[in-house]
Design a protein around this ligand. Structure first.
Ligand code: PLP
Length: 380
């Protein structure tokens, strides 16, 4: 089976992990610090704070802004469910903004429309953050979103979980907002098993984030001083060592992913599929955390059968990600239905994620392409 993701680790990375295990220092030490420095340099922020996963990263980013009951946070309607869950877990209200049906990202137009609606409802003052997502590793238009956010004086937090290494309009993912959350889950390009990171330009936010991840302890105090309630959201040294080793391979892996994506897209466009490169302005804006094609209307209803047929041919595939307002909790609690978010409806119905990772070279790529062609012919 050609898997959607298949993490591999270099001998050097494995040796680093073994060294940690032999050292006896297992939590929040030199390896975690080295990973933080590495990510800060990739992203271009003075601070990177390692945490136990990407959801934890977004959670403490919101808390560091003081978001809580009575507040509202705008998120795109189409993302992994964490993006919305963390808002609810802070006690705040989620306001979904529709996404571009091609890219799956929040756009300046959709954000503006959401803000207009909130203003009409008299709820604008409650909006304390806007959290765009770089879905599948394709950067949202941060320049356009930032202009609007600045005009309304609302801070932007990037859900950059999928986008380590992406650059758009000269701005790197994770450096465009007041804070950004990254994930090192195995479905992401750089993995530590579980793991995450918050990046920020702000010294004050960095201090709060460090306290929140470590039981509310003052990160600068010479002896333990518990200055706020905090979590244990720390990363282990074993994970830190994995991340340091993996991050060294990032550029190489991104180049491989972009080459493979271009090869795929040439073939899939010919079959009449929508290809992900259609959604981003330049090649560095997309890191292809996931390679997601769009099925034409005629195939959409049969997507489950298509996924099953691809599996039988040895190719794993899946739907892209989730239409969050239509998931059980959000639709039941807030009454969202099909038609409320047309862009999210469209991409949620048509997306198909195909295998793309460092172990796929020309033979496996051609097998994926041949299988997709055969299945489309069968269901066409
Ligand atoms: C993976 C992901 C997350 C959550 O990261 P975890 O490390 O799995 O908690 C959040 N947002 C998006 C867009 C993601 O893809």
């Amino acid at each position: 089976m050609i898997r959607l993701a298949a993490p591999t680790f270099s001998a050097d990375t494995l040796a680093r992990v073994q060294e940690v295990l032999q050292s006896g220092q297992l939590v929040q030490g030199q390896q975690v610090k080295a990973l933080e420095e590495r990510v800060a340099s990739i992203v271009g922020t003075p601070h990177a704070i390692a945490v136990s996963n990407g959801t934890a990263a977004l959670h403490i980013a919101l808390l560091a802004l003081g978001i809580g009951p009575g507040d509202c946070v705008i998120v795109p309607a189409y993302s992994w469910i964490s993006t919305a869950n963390v808002v609810v877990l802070c006690g705040a209200k989620v306001e979904f903004s529709d996404v571009c049906p091609v890219s799956g990202n929040m756009t300046p137009d959709s954000l503006q429309a959401t803000l207009h609606q909130l203003a009409q409802d008299g709820r604008l003052a409650s909006v304390k953050a806007i959290m765009p997502v770089h879905i599948f590793g394709a950067m949202a238009d941060m320049a356009g979103l930032s202009r609007i956010a600045e005009a309304y004086r609302i801070p932007l937090i990037e859900d950059a979980a999928c986008a380590l290494g992406a650059v758009r309009d000269g701005v790197r993912a994770g450096a465009a907002g007041v804070m950004a959350g990254f994930s090192f889950h195995p479905r992401k390009i750089t993995t530590t098993g579980e793991g995450g990171m918050v990046t920020t330009h702000s010294d004050a936010h960095a201090w709060t984030l460090k306290a929140l991840r470590n039981h509310g302890m003052d990160p600068d105090a010479p002896t333990p001083s518990f200055v706020m309630p905090g979590f244990n959201y720390r990363l282990t040294e074993m994970q830190g060592a994995l991340g340091v080793g993996e991050a060294q391979l990032l550029e190489e892996r991104l180049a491989h992913r972009r080459r493979l994506a271009a090869h795929y897209s040439a073939a899939f466009a010919e079959m009449g599929l929508g290809t992900p490169d259609a959604s981003v302005p330049d090649e560095y804006a997309h890191v292809y955390q996931a390679y997601v094609v769009r099925l034409p209307k005629a195939f959409q209803e049969r997507r489950p059968e298509i996924i099953q047929a691809l599996r039988e041919g040895g190719v794993e595939s899946t739907i892209g990600t989730w239409h969050m307002p239509l998931t059980a909790y959000f639709s039941r609690t807030f009454g969202y239905k099909v038609g409320d978010f047309l862009g999210a409806d469209s991409i949620f119905a048509s997306a198909l994620a195909l295998p793309l990772h460092e172990s796929i070279h020309s033979d496996a790529a051609d097998k994926v392409i041949a299988n997709v062609r055969a299945v489309l012919e069968r269901y066409g």
